[in-house]
Structure formats: C-alpha cells, structure tokens
Design a protein around this ligand. Structure first.
Ligand code: NAD
Length: 499
C-alpha cells in the first residue's frame, strides 16, 4: 500500500517507530494509503531543520524570496493535472473543483510574489528636528500551519505562501485525511529553489498538533478547521505565548429578498449548497427567503434543480459533486438528516436514497433539502458540512438579518436582491465577516483578506492579503537622529516630544 511520508529538510522522512492512520478512497470505499502520525522526535527533527535554515532565509532579500514564489507558481501549473487527480482521489471533490482548489491557492502565491512591496515598512522624514522615523516588518522565525481536509491545496498555500515569502521557516501539519497534495506542494517548493528546511511537512493528528502548540521554538500558528478544535488551538497556543489565528466552522445563510431574480438564485444556490458535497466553509447550507410568497416560488424552482443534480465518482466529468471524504463523515451527515426529521423539519428531497450502482461502497450522499427549519432546531444551529440545504422562512428583512446575525457562526453570508439600498443596509448591519451581494460564495480575492466572525474565527488577524503579512511578521519602529556635533539635547529628563 502507498505510504505518504513526512517531508523534512528537503527530503521525505519516515520512522518505523510511529503509528499510522488510514487514508481512505471516497470514490470506491476502502483504504488507499497510510500516513504517519508524527511523534515528538519527528516534530523535533522538523523544528531543528527549520532552525538551521531560518537565519539565512530571513536575510535573503525580498525579491529573491519572491522569485521562488514565481518559480513555484509555474511548477504547480505544470503539475496541475496530476495534483488535481491526487487531490480528487483522496478528498472526493470533482476534478474541476480540485483544479479550483489549486487555483485559489495559486492566487495567494501570486500575492506572495509581490512581497517586496507588501512587506515594505513606512517612513516619515523629519518627524522632529533632525529626526526620522521608520518601521520594518521582520519575520517571526519558525511558524506553523495546521490545515483541514476540505481544501488540501488552497489552505496550505494561504499559509505557507505568505509566511515563507515574509522570511519565516514553516512547519505544515496537513489533514491526515488527504495528506498527499500538501506533501507534493512542499516538494515543488524545493524544486522552485527554496532552501531545504524552510518548508517542512509533518503529518499527524491531535498529538502532533499539541506538540506544535507547546513547542517553545514555534512562534506562531495558523489553524483552519472545526470550531471546537479552533477554540482549543487558540487557547492552548495563546497560553504557550504564541501568536494564533484559528479559523473555525460555518453555517452561511443566503437571504433571498422578494425582488430577487429567482432563476439566478436557484442556479447559484444549487452550486453553493451542494458543490463539493457541501464540504466548504463558504458553502450556503441555509436559504432564507423573505416572505411566504418568495418561499413558495423559490421552493417550486429548487425542487427540479435539485433533482437534476448528478452525483458520481469524482473523476466522472458529468458529476456535479462526488462522495464525502470518509464513511465516518457520511455517517455524521446522515445523523444530522435523521435529527432534522425528528426535530420536525419538512424533508422535501431525501438524498439518502441515492443509488450509485457501480461504486456502491463509496461515501455518497444525495442532495437533501429541508423546508420549515427554525432557530430552535439543533440541526440548524450546528454545522452539517454535507450536501444538505435547509430553508428557514423569514417574515421580513429585519428577521432575515437577525437570523444570520444571531447564529453562532459568522463566516459568510449572501443577499439576493435588486434593491441597492437593502443590499447596502444588509452589508452594514449583518454580524458576519464576509458578505456577498448577489454573489453566493463571497470568498475574497487573495489581495483582500479571508476571515469570519464569532465562532468562525478565534484571534484577530485574517488569512492572506495585508492581514496575512501582519500575522506572519512583527513590526519594529526606529526613531533615528544623526547629530552633527552642533546639536544639543539639553533637557534629557523630559519625555521626548517632537516640538
Ligand atoms: P478538523 O477540525 O477535524 O481538523 C482540522 C485540523 O485539526 C486537522 O489538521 C486535524 O488533524 C487537526 N485535529 C483533529 N482533531 C484534533 C484535536 N482533537 N486536537 C487538535 N487538532 C486536531 O476539521 P476538518 O474536518 O478537517 O475540516 C472541516 C472543518 O473546517 C469545518 O468545520 C469547516 O467549516 C472548517 N473550515 C473552516 C474554514 C475557515 O476559513 N473558517 C475553511 C475551511 C474549513
């Protein structure tokens, strides 16, 4: 069976002493590979390798660091089909979506290519008599990223792209459920000219995460995953004195105003609710039509659109979406469907009856649609992370804003309307971090920044864009004076002012 090794000091690394986890094959069921679960010795090897590389890498000038990013981007593009195939076979997302996963990561690499500009400090000349003030953004040292299964290319690139471009050395702990693509990306970084040790990949589960959080030489940790674990990572890492950003789960609402273009809503919603089997933190699993008439019209249009969805293996070009990642995840999603039924939601379309004749052991769930969901239902309050769309009917605009604003998660939200005033009002008032106006999945472009509110993010700095540069650097501010001998400074007992 294929074994997926660690990657330390520019080379693959395996240790017979470590336990392993199974990497499943969501299209067919069964196990396709094994992945090691790092012990303290392996983590220490990665930290040692990063430490040896750190001082040289931090002094490489920024345009040379950028050149590695340019070369890496070209290499990933060259290997895109192979990477997308590997990604799709471990995750279960369809090939076109796997390409999108890689492409969105590359857009952050493109941002990182501009690091000489993005990392520049500020300068004020003559801030006082003969005094200039300037700032510089210096790398933190050895830093780490812990990533979820659902974007095995994009999220590692969000993190290591910016961190390494800023002059840090990086330890990546990818999801143990689809670990191959992160490893391949690290190999391509070395091929692109990155010195060994600047990017290391250490596989593992909770114990590797705890090792990273407790390690005194790791200065910052970026985490993306589910909320309870994000909260844990934030608290444990902060207690150990680290800088932490920890992105969590989501339950994004799509508000549909009575004046919306319902055909457009249905097209967008079906893709945003069911694409990638709903395993996206920016999916739209909750639709909120405003008013009974809007709800009835939308429901009538949604049912045939959902029936027309094709679910098949991820390499089938006809598939709109493929299997979920593991059988355990399939069971979890199905348990939420059972829960919603027992809570009294109206099951309009039941995806559990889906038949995939040739691949009966794969982890498939058909699209599932509930109407008459309400705030008291646990199946509404929690993240399902599967191909399940829940309709919550709102009485009016204010009710719709409150639903999205009061939910425990605040990652993304969308509004569909032709009314600019309503859209503007919504964007101003809603208590959510990323807003789409007639845009179903409002993932900001790489040079803006990604991050939710409430239990969707712990810590106060977002991913990528200038927020990413801030997260991965520390600022130093210098006040300088070069007296020529004629200057005097005769009142040194007072707090200095600039006059
Ligand atoms: P997860 O929380 O199970 O795993 C994330 C990472 O944490 C993995 O690397 C995993 O190995 C590690 N981990 C697992 N159990 C742990 C434990 N007990 N202690 C410490 N670390 C542990 O998440 P997942 O299932 O891989 O990913 C899906 C989740 O990620 C969803 O909740 C989704 O909404 C969220 N997500 C959020 C964003 C965002 O930006 N807000 C983006 C993508 C995914």
């Amino acid at each position: 069976m294929r074994h997926i090794p660690h990657f330390i000091n520019g080379e693959t690394y395996s240790s017979a002493a470590e336990s392993t986890a199974e990497v499943f094959a969501p299209n067919t069921g069964g196990v396709q590979a094994s992945v090691p679960l790092a012990d303290d010795t392996t983590l220490q090897l990665a930290v040692d390798s990063a430490r040896r590389a750190q001082s040289a890498w931090s002094t490489v000038n920024p345009q040379r660091r950028a050149r590695v990013m340019f070369a890496f981007k070209a290499l990933v593009e060259q290997h895109k089909d192979r990477l997308a195939g590997l990604l799709s076979s471990e995750h279960g997302k369809v090939l076109s979506d796997a390409h999108g996963d890689i492409q969105r990561g590359l857009e952050v690499i493109e941002f990182a290519c501009g690091i000489p500009h993005a990392q520049k400090g500020e300068y004020t000349d003559s801030a006082g008599p003969g005094i200039d003030v300037y700032s510089m953004r210096q790398p933190l040292g050895i830093v780490a990223g812990i990533t979820p299964f659902n974007f095995p290319a994009m999220i590692p690139m969000w993190m290591f792209g910016v961190a390494i471009a800023c002059g840090n050395c990086f330890i990546l702990k990818p999801s143990e459920r689809d670990p191959s693509v992160p490893l391949e990306l690290a190999k391509l970084m070395i091929e692109a000219g990155l010195p060994p040790g600047v990017l290391n990949v250490v596989h593992g589960n909770k114990s590797a995460v705890d090792g990273i959080l407790d390690h005194p030489d790791i200065k910052a940790v970026s985490f993306v995953g589910s909320s309870d674990i994000a909260n844990y990572v934030y608290e444990r890492g902060a207690r150990a004195g680290k800088r932490i950003q920890a992105m969590g789960g989501a339950k994004n609402h799509g508000i549909v105003m009575p004046d919306a273009d319902l055909d457009q809503v249905v097209t967008d919603l079906v893709g945003a609710a069911f694409g990638s089997a709903g395993e996206r933190c920016m999916a739209l699993p909750v639709v909120v039509p405003v008013g009974e008439e809007t709800a009835e019209k939308l429901k009538a249009k949604l049912i045939p659109a959902i029936k027309a969805i094709t679910v098949s293996t991820s390499d089938d070009p006809a598939a709109h979406y493929g299997p979920v990642v593991t059988s355990a995840h399939k069971a979890r999603v199905e348990a939420y469907i059972d829960m919603a039924i027992s809570e009294g939601a109206e099951l309009v379309y039941d995806g559990r009856t889906l038949q995939i004749p040739k691949e009966s052991e794969g982890y498939f769930i058909g699209p599932t649609f509930f109407d008459r969901v309400n705030q008291s239902m646990v199946s509404y309050q929690e993240e399902i992370f599967g191909p399940v769309l829940q309709m919550v009917r709102a009485n009016d605009f204010n009710h719709a804003v409150e639903l999205a604003s009061n939910h425990q998660y605040g990652n993304g939200v969308a509004i569909y309307t032709r009314n600019g005033h309503a859209a503007r009002e919504f964007a101003q008032r809603v208590n959510v971090g990323m807003v789409g106006i007639n845009v179903p999945i409002p993932v900001p472009v790489a040079y803006h920044t990604f991050g939710g509110w409430k239990r969707s993010a712990f810590g106060d700095t977002n991913q990528h864009g200038m927020e990413g540069v801030k997260f991965w650097t520390k600022i130093k501010t210098i006040t300088q004076r070069w007296p020529d001998g004629a200057d005097s400074n005769d009142n040194t007992f007072l707090i200095p002012t600039m006059g």
